[in-house]
Structure formats: structure tokens, C-alpha cells
Design a protein around this ligand. Sequence first.
Ligand code: SF4
Length: 303
Amino acid sequence: MPDALMFDPRDTALRPVADPATPSDESDAADKRAFNKLQKRLRRQVGNAIIDYGMIHEGDRVMVCLSGGKDSYTLLEILRNLQRNAPVNFSLVAVNLDQKQPGFPEHVLPEYLDKLDVEYHILERDTYSVVKEKTPEGKTTCALCSRLRRGSLYGFAEEIGATKVALGHHREDILETLFLNMFFGGSLKAMPPKLLSDDGKNMVIRPLAYCREADIAEFARRMAFPIIPCNLCGSQPNLQRQVVKEMLAEWETSHPGRLESMFKAVTNVAPSQLADRELFDFAGLEEKQARLNADRIALHNEP
Ligand code: SF4
């Protein structure tokens, strides 16, 4: 058995590391039960994703990229929670990139992180000015901004000796990317749960890959995370992504379970039923057929 982290998904004992927001009615047992169920589900899904993709191993130093959005707060919280019960030792370090957007509330994350028993760093890089300077007026700034952010975070991960870089992308992010690539990129690709960066220096993991965005949003609301909006820069949201997001949400409403099925499809690819000649040897099918026929004849002629 490799030393990959083996969370037991059956271990659903709750050990919350922070108090959830106090429900308006403390006596509302059903409400508490619903929250416990939600927390267990998220823990189980994250644990399963970690096991399925061998995301965390003994001795890993996992850098959690904390943007101040609901997804990254949830990721940090669930990983801290799992860390307490994990059969292997790994450490966590939270890193926020202060991109120097005007109005960025610098105090929010340090105040939040000071209360947790977790190592953290606030990395200051003025990517905001670079993005403003390089992006033509009226164009969306998110692509360049994300690229610069990724570069800064990956470089910092190396500096602090992080062996894994954990990002807070969830199931819907993965599906949206799949459709965006199909609609506008002409390729069938999404966002993998585990990825080696192009230069081979960083191992990126997405432990929330199995989690529903709605669950994360509800968890973040109940935990009362101090959310920092991503649009302080004044950028328009990526309109294409927004359209795809709405399309998926509409499908899920009219056909519940469709997103689950689509995500399953991403994990269950049949190259022979697609048309990528790099992935499947279509030209070699005749040879395969001849081999199979020869085997059949040999079997038939056996005494
Ligand atoms: S909304 Fe602003 S901060 Fe967020 S990714 Fe886009 S450009 Fe960057």
C-alpha cells in the first residue's frame, strides 16, 4: 500500500474546528442536523477525492491558496478538519495573495487566520497595476489576472517548500471549464483534480473537486466566513463563464442529477468512442481485427 493519505470516508465523526454561525434558534435540532449532514458530506467528498487521486502523502506540506472567497475558506476549513483524523501527517500553510486591488480589506484575512492554529503568509504583489496597464479598455481582465496570480502563488510555493498547492475549485468550476473549452476552445478538457504544472515544479490539487457549489455556499454561510468579493478590481465578470454557469444551473433545476451525471462522465472517458487519433489508434483497427480473427480461428481449430 503506498503512503498516500487514506482517509476513511466512513469516519464521519464530527470534530468542528470552529463554531458555525449560531442558528437563530438554538433549539432547532433539525437545523443543526442539516448542518452536521452538510459538513459530513463535504468531509466525505474531500476525503474521497484525496484518496481517489492520491492528492496528499505522508509529510506533504500543503499550501492552501486563500482568496477570501467562499470556496477557499471552505477548503481550508475542511482540510484542517481532516488533518486531525488523517492517518498520515501533513502540514497546512494558508497563503493569500494581496494583489493590491483598490479597496482590498487587508485586515480581514490576517484577523481571521490569527484565530486559527495555522501557519499563514500574506504575499503582496501589485498584479493589479500590471493587469490595468496591459489589458485594453473594455476587455475582461480576469484571464491575465489569474495567470499572474497563479505565477506568483506557484513561485511562492517553491520558496516556502510547499509540496502541494491546493486550490478551491469545485465540481461546477470543473464542468463550466469543460463547456467553455468545448464552446470556445474546440477541445474536450476540463480542470483536473490533480495537475503537475507545465514546468514540473508544482503539484496542484483540487480537493473540492467532488463538492457541489451550493453545498459550499451553504457551508460558508453557516460558518459566517468573512468573504472578500473578487470584483474589487471593478472588472466585469467573465461573461462567457457566467452564461455557462447559468446554463448549468438551469439544467440542474429542470433535470435534477444532470450535473452529477456530467461530472461522472468526466471521470469515465471512452477514447474509442470519441474521435481523437492521438488517444485511440483508429488506423490500427484492421490490424486488431485480423489479430482477433486469427485468435478466433485458432480457438476454433483447437482439438
Ligand atoms: S474579478 Fe478582478 S480580481 Fe477577480 S480574477 Fe477578475 S480581474 Fe482578477
